[in-house]
Write a protein that binds this ligand. Sequence first.
Ligand code: HXC
Length: 528
Amino acid sequence: EISLGLVGSEMCIRDRDKNQELVNRRKASHLGGGEQRIARQHEQGKLTARERVILLLDEGSFQEIGQFVEHRATSFGLDKNKIPGDGVVTGFGTIHGRLIYVFSQDFTVLGGSLSETHAAKICRVMDLAVKNGAPIIGLNDSGGARIQEGVVSLAGYADIFYRNTRASGVIPQLSVIMGPCAGGAVYSPALTDFVMMVEDTSYMFVTGPNVVKTVTHEEVSSEDLGGAKAHAEKSGVNHFTASNDVEALKKVRDLITYMPQNANELAPNPTKFEFTNSKLSTINDVLPENSTLPYDIRKVVECVIDDNSFREVHEDFAKNIVVGFARIEGKTIGVVANQPAAMAGVLDIDSSRKGARFVRFCDSFNIPLLVFEDVPGFLPGTDQEWRGIITHGAKLLYAFCEATVPRITVITRKAYGGAFDVMNSKSIGADLNFAWPTAEIAVMGAKGAAEIIFKREINEAADPQAKWLEKEAEYAEMFANPYRAAERGIVDDVILPSETRAKVIAGFKMLENKAETLPYKKHGNIPL
Ligand code: HXC
């Protein structure tokens, strides 16, 4: 009965029954931009804003706020084009029984574009989320600022950015990109803790392919410029990739179980966990005999944590460091691990940024940190130096130094140079440091060290090469082991790989009531 063009104040209500009026208004709101646009959304492999909310939250838990809100714009015929809800579905519900706030942009309504009122609806749920200490999840699918509204929609974005920043470190904020996200609109997700992108149907960029072509003469598709893969592998903007909407929403439901509701709480404890005991012996065989050969640190991680509990973050970005959530006896921890299988686990600009961001999330939200260390040092070269490895490497150092959550380090093999200090050493506040018998803890590798400190002896020897080898062996004998560090208390214990899980469990139990506060400050000045 209701023509979609005649809603809101002009709506012709034939049925005088007040309840029926409400039912009709709800229907109109639920229909968004109408059947045709919904069909187009489905044809593109995308769900509608409402379908997404329903799948994200526990069945029947969604409570909508603001479904009759309409925009107030009049220019360019907008006064004749009002859809209740104004292109964003907002409200609250639960995920696994825990309170969650949500907004979901409706592309069928003016391309999900952000108007003054659309922004106000998002701000309202953000404010409620902060006041009530619960995570907020944004499902983004929008053509950006509502062009017909001009500056008020820009101000609306700024209202959201401001709240994203103020809420940072107070409640977890997750962004799922399920359609376009262009221009300044990208900065709201960028300010949140995690970004998840859906393959093929989502993209993020500050300027699209047309502008890129005009300005830089580069020809690039939306997907190559700002698709899920590009941001997962190249820029690191995207933390998680999903192959479709349903998978994305499932992944978010799972991810949120690793996080507390807010900065004053701990992550929930699932009551049940499983651990395959045979992993206690498998772990002995992960490292290769030859200490110069690579291995996958994730195999070590898997042997220490609860079965199937690892959720890798930034899986495809800066693979030389592995970060992610895991559980130990059902409790959430954050894992940071050098990855010898990629660039020998060296620290470079991207891996430092990746590690630092994750460490800061965990510290903000009371998630203990478990670090696995096998790092030959920082990556040398003009590219790294000129792009600022000094500043970026300092981010990881800073993040560990300021973290007050329980922190345990396990050195599996190499711990060389400045990278030893950076990777959660005790001097920068780690609570417990363990080393495996295979650990090598020194200022640098034996070959380079011998070359420097025995330079004259090597040069003056009858056979310099033989002398070098002899001195290299001497240095290695001295430092390529964990015992010099253990003698000085720089590592707390040398442990067998098979003992790692038990040591880590006991360590985190001992640290359960750790209470450490930072000196009073407005905020620190992390080297950005
Ligand atoms: C108003 C918009 C809109 C917008 C799309 N629509 N974007 N309406 N403001 N920003 C409307 C279209 O008119 C159309 O309406 C419907 O949404 C669907 O759009 P289509 O173009 O048909 O869809 P599609 O082909 O899938 O293309 C999607 C798109 C394209 C790539 C997003 O619409 C597009 O380029 N839009 C403009 C993007 C843009 O430049 N936004 C401003 C960015 S600047 P009908 O009625 O036909 O269904 C910005 C600044 C933010 O956002 C700054 C913050 C600091």
